[in-house]
Design a protein around this ligand. Structure first.
Ligand SMILES: Nc1ncnc2c1ncn2[C@@H]1O[C@H](COP(=O)(O)OP(=O)(O)OP(=O)(O)O)[C@@H](O)[C@H]1O
Ligand SMILES: [Mg+2]
Length: 456
């Protein structure tokens, strides 16, 4: 637990005068204060020790505060960051908050305001710490919905979520199984003005057609033999909120017609009733099927497809954003600790290497399962390679791959082997591999250097 008075604070500002004032006034409150005169220096400091709070300027020569913020979240995810912005730079402040800052101060501000904000932040962290929700403390209130990841792909998904949340348009989320489609749907709802309304998930593939029809659109009492009670239907339940139609590709054609009608008319007609009920329901649909192809094959109505596909969000597979694996592991270990009642601090570095090289056909859900099994069987503070049994590969097996995919896989495995042999000394590894350090980093982040080829 953090003791408010002995909290450690890093002040980052390129102007020595400001550095001095902030340092002096925070130290006078009893905090341990360190300073950095640039973004680069801040990262070095953070590499040396963990801070509870980081107060950073946004505009600095070299690495600016926003860049620093991003890297800090990886290096010192427990730190709470307050950014200092120039007057009228509200947009920058918003970007900073989106990227994980907890608060911002508009310059010029008085030191009293700074002290008060720091104290409030520390108290907030302390309360959360007491509740055992360690890392959630530094995340926004919708922490359960945090879409973890700093890859360009996930960042772009986050930006699109924010845009989609501003409207009530239908959203179609596509992506392989386990990539996080449910999480994205919930995040759109939570960030929208409908967040006080209900978020109602329905799995279109898991419910028999007739039941699904009455569940969605409701029925009056006695509409059919087992309809003992009237049921308004989930469309009505989700009115002023969001109806999440999971696995929309499984929706039977007859219900597709009905859904289209409700979307167009904005009212429903419960079975055996003649009075239309107006509904104001936002629809988010998701699928791991290729809906375009389903439309072509006549299994999915084209008109409905266009109605649902007003905003299209694609969540990329985990193997295309391997750089997110370390931060996801961190997040999932926390989450699983809470679920399993364990207290692992994380994983050893070679476990990370091993996990980074896997194909992850089942995406984040598979990663979560692998970690869960490892945590159940493991011991100690950190999960080691011994805990991670070698048969925890992809349960989906290896599908046939094209040459490019196979070469990439081999390359990745080879990188991991060389890194293991050099005890993760990346300079040495790059030398052994005969490539530059920069290109080793690029490869480790999962960036593909070659342009993707369009299959004919
Ligand atoms: N970026 C992420 N950050 C944190 N957790 C994630 C992320 N992506 C996925 N998860 C977690 O992985 C698990 C699977 O995600 P989710 O259920 O959203 O996938 P899905 O795409 O809906 O899968 P399916 O197609 O099988 O329904 C969940 O526990 C989810 O919380
Ligand atoms: Mg899902």
């Amino acid at each position: 637990m953090i003791q408010t008075m002995t909290a450690s604070i890093l002040v980052v500002d390129d102007e020595p005068a400001i550095q001095d004032i902030l340092t002096w006034s925070l130290a006078a409150e009893g905090y341990r204060v360190a300073t950095a005169g640039s973004g680069e220096e801040a990262l070095t400091r953070v590499g040396e020790q963990d801070f509870d709070v980081i107060v950073t300027d946004i505009v600095m020569p070299g690495l600016n505060g926003l860049d620093v913020l991003e890297r800090l979240r990886v290096l010192n995810p427990r730190a709470s960051v307050i950014v200092m912005t120039a007057y009228a730079a509200l947009e920058t402040a918003i970007v900073a908050l989106r990227r994980g800052a907890c608060d911002y101060l508009e310059k010029p501000f008085s030191v009293d305001v700074l002290k008060e904000r720091v104290q409030r932040l520390l108290q907030y962290r302390e309360t959360i710490w007491k509740d055992g929700l360690v890392r959630r403390a530094v995340q926004p209130p919708s922490a359960g919905l945090t879409l973890v990841g700093e890859s360009d792909a996930i960042r772009s998904v986050r930006e699109q979520i924010a845009l989609a949340a501003r409207t009530s348009s239908s959203v179609l989320i596509t992506g392989e199984s386990g990539v996080g489609k449910d999480l994205v749907a919930r995040a759109v709802h939570a960030a929208s003005s409908r967040h006080d309304g209900s978020f109602v998930p329905v799995n279109c593939g898991a419910i028999p057609e007739m039941l699904l029809e009455s569940q969605l659109f409701g029925h009056v009492r006695g509409a059919f033999t087992t309809a003992v009670q009237a049921n308004p239907g989930l469309f009505v339940t989700a009115s002023h909120g969001t109806l999440y139609l999971d696995e929309i590709g499984e929706l039977p054609l007859q219900l597709q017609v009905k859904l289209l009608r409700v979307i167009e008319d904005k009212c429903i007609l419960p079975a055996s009733d003649t009075t239309p009920v107006p509904v104001d329901t936002r629809i988010i649909a998701s699928t791991n099927r290729d809906l375009d192809r389903e439309v072509e094959a006549g299994r999915f109505r084209e008109d409905l497809f266009y109605r649902l596909n007003v905003v299209h969000l694609t969540v990329p597979p985990l193997r295309e954003r391997r750089g997110d694996i370390p931060i996801l592991v961190d997040h999932l270990v926390d989450r699983l600790n809470a679920k399993l009642g364990t207290r692992y601090l994380g994983v050893e570095r070679d476990v990370l290497w091993s996990l980074s090289g896997r194909p992850w056909r089942g995406n984040v859900r598979e990663l979560e399962n692998v970690l869960e099994r490892t945590m159940v069987l493991g011991s100690g503070d950190l999960l080691s390679l011994r805990d991670l049994s070698p048969d925890q590969g992809s349960p989906h097996g290896e599908p046939p791959q094209d040459l490019r995919g196979a070469v990439r896989r081999f390359e990745r495995q080879h990188l991991m082997d060389v890194l293991a042999a050099t005890q993760s000394d990346k300079r040495k590894a790059a030398r052994v591999l005969g490539i530059s350090l920069a290109s080793l980093y690029r490869k480790l982040r999962g960036e593909t250097v070659d342009a993707p080829e369009q299959p004919n």
